[in-house]
Write a protein that binds this ligand. Structure first.
Ligand code: 3PG
Length: 288
């Protein structure tokens, strides 16, 4: 049985060693395709694979159709919006993910971004602000949202959360205040951190109609997906609200325009870093 580990953004070596060890025990052969630059390389590698482990790699209909023996695709991570589920289902291929395995890594990065952004990007200015006492709104209370809430408690923040799936009792039980609507979350948060999946319902969800509820000097942190933000509307909002900051772990399509027009209040990592820790790679890789 051939298990293809196809990662354009590679796992840490310690994770690869761990996956290899797991597969060795059950006599599967692991084939690595890392840092590929051309889709053709992926199409060739998957042609005779029985199973495939991927990260944010785009697994579309063409990739699925070139796999003659494929039975299972595992997304070593939480979001599976990169996999064409319909095409996989048509071919009877099972798709799985590993939710929770990289949540802490993503949650810790939220605070890395926040401190960097709120301390004026370490430019030596005294205009920095602290997290203590600020109201943190967690937009979607899943595995990552929960980790963010736990860390925020240590900073002495007041935490609010909104989720379409988690019931208020579940949020309350963690000592977090649930809000009745997403608008209420934005209205009463100094900082909003986004943690929902990309779906047809969430695509472009965060635009002018939500941003208008934010108070003065608000900060929006995105470690989820770029597509949940309506970029032209966010850029316009930032131009109209010169005390607002956007901190992102997913480079927007309009990155250059953000840098040019609101660069003093905008930061994005160039490659998604949330799950790029040895610990998260080992957890997600082994689980996959
Ligand atoms: C996820 O959905 O698990 C995270 O966005 C991490 O994605 P990555 O594996 O591409 O870093």
């Amino acid at each position: 049985m051939k298990v293809l580990v196809a990662t354009e953004k590679p796992f840490a070596k310690i994770a690869i060693d761990g996956i290899e060890e797991e597969l060795d025990g059950v006599d599967y052969e692991m084939v690595l395709l890392e840092r590929y630059t051309d889709k053709k390389q992926l199409l060739e590698a998957v042609a005779d694979a029985d199973a495939m482990i991927v990260r944010s790699d785009i697994i579309d209909e063409e990739v699925i159709n070139s796999a003659k023996n494929l039975k299972i695709i595992v997304r070593a991570g939480a979001g599976y919006d990169n996999i064409d589920l319909e095409a996989a289902t048509k071919k009877g291929i099972c798709v799985m993910n590993t939710p929770g395995q990289n949540s802490n890594a993503v949650a810790e990065l939220v605070f890395g971004l926040l401190i960097y952004g709120m301390r004026t990007f370490y430019q030596g200015s005294s205009a920095g602000r602290e997290l203590k006492g600020k109201r943190l709104g967690i937009h979607a209370y899943g595995n990552v949202g929960k980790c963010v809430a736990q860390i925020a408690k240590g900073f002495g923040m007041h935490i609010l959360a909104y989720d379409t799936m988690s019931r208020s009792e579940v949020i309350n039980a963690d000592g977090i205040d649930p809000t009745i609507s997403v608008k209420t979350l934005y209205r009463y948060s100094d900082i909003v951190s986004i943690h929902g999946p990309l779906t047809n319902e969430t695509r472009n969800l965060i635009g002018k109609d939500l941003l208008k509820y934010l108070p003065k000097k608000a900060v929006l942190v995105n470690t989820a997906r770029k597509e949940v933000v309506n970029e032209p509307e966010l850029l316009q909002y930032m131009i109209d609200n010169p005390d607002f900051k956007y901190l992102s772990d997913i480079k927007p399509d309009m990155h250059e325009e953000f840098v040019e027009k609101v660069g003093d209040r905008y930061f994005s990592t160039l490659k998604k870093m949330g799950a790029q820790t040895a610990e998260a790679n080992v957890n997600a890789g082994i689980a996959a």
